[in-house]
Design a protein around this ligand. Sequence first.
Ligand code: NAD
Ligand code: WQD
Length: 336
Amino acid sequence: MKYLLTGGAGYIGSHTAIEMINAGYEVIIVDNLSNSDEVVIDRIAEISGVRPAFYPYDVSNKDDMRRVFSENEIAGVIHFAGLKAVGESVNKPVEYYRNNIDTTLTLLEVMKEFGVSQFVFSSSATVYGEENQPPYLESMPKGNCSNPYGWTKSMIEQILTDAAKANPLSVVLLRYFNPIGAHASGLIGEDPQGIPNNLMPYVSQVAVGRLPELTIFGGDYDTPDGTCRRDYIHVVDLAVGHVKAVEFAARNSGVEVFNLGTGTPYSVLDIVNTFERVNGVPVPHKIGPRRAGDLQDSWADAAKAAGVLGWTAERTLDDMCRDSWNWQSKNPKGYK
Ligand code: NAD
Ligand code: WQD
């Protein structure tokens, strides 16, 4: 069965491509390479033994997407493609709304033309906003997002929900928590352009000597060690969650929301200390001021995915730190 992965050359999409292939699916990737490298397709082939069909198209180009759907009998779509840098979205809101929403609308239109009904979407824990307290439950009302990126996720959830009311769609909204780690082979991993915004790539790049020192954003939060807590999840566990979501979409119609997290929070200092311990490398760090817009705490209630999808994250924080370093130390400059 063929599944289309938009943004499948990216960090989460490439790991999901491997787990989908391992589960017996045929994978088609559309990615305009705006935040990824074509070598990822070679690496997916090297790891899985199967080369996915690859189209270097923009998902918002309807004619190109029609070509993909006409050349392949696609059963469903996992929509990863999107811009994802929170800070950049504040400075380029129109680009973020245009890209993230246009790609979704184009996909919905072309899927309707070709009679494709299964749609799995990369949403984010950010839609819970500041109003809710963790652990976040799928049944909580969504909150206000502090940035345009987050709003694109919240709006797309609404668009997909409305579309599923009017059309025979099966929509699965996956709210990711904080994906880190890499495939155990060290052949694929997270490769941000420029200075990383997210914690784990920053830690790894300090450890490998590309950056001098980590600044921890705030040491005076009301947490056991004063630093913020997050629900870090191994990207391979997250990828397996997509296979479960695809199986669910094939059996059900309407809209269903699932948190993909571990349910266990760790602090920034937990990450730094664990990374240093399991990898035996120093991560020079200092405490700096808080980052605007950061929540003190964020973690999932992971019971719904466990009960309904039969999915729970299996990999530990040690695994996440070891695999992040394995990727970074084997590829100090990423895919370049
Ligand atoms: P990523 O940037 O590595 O992957 C996204 C991919 O989409 C990139 O390869 C990029 O080239 C491609 N892309 C962007 N716009 C496109 C377009 N118009 N047409 C075709 N391809 C396009 O990001 P990721 O970390 O793998 O995230 C995947 C999805 O998960 C994104 O939607 C992101 O918002 C969401 N998400 C990520 C996180 C996270 O922390 N990484 C958390 C929650 C949600
Ligand atoms: C984690 C923790 C920082 C960098 C963001 C998006 C969210 C989702 C995941 C897509 C925080 C601290 C970080 C650094 C630090 N993305 N930190 N020094 O902010 O939880 O979530 O990425 O949907 O929408 O908002 O992740 O990795 O940026 O930060 O101290 O150099 O690490 O303050 O506590 P965050 P993050």
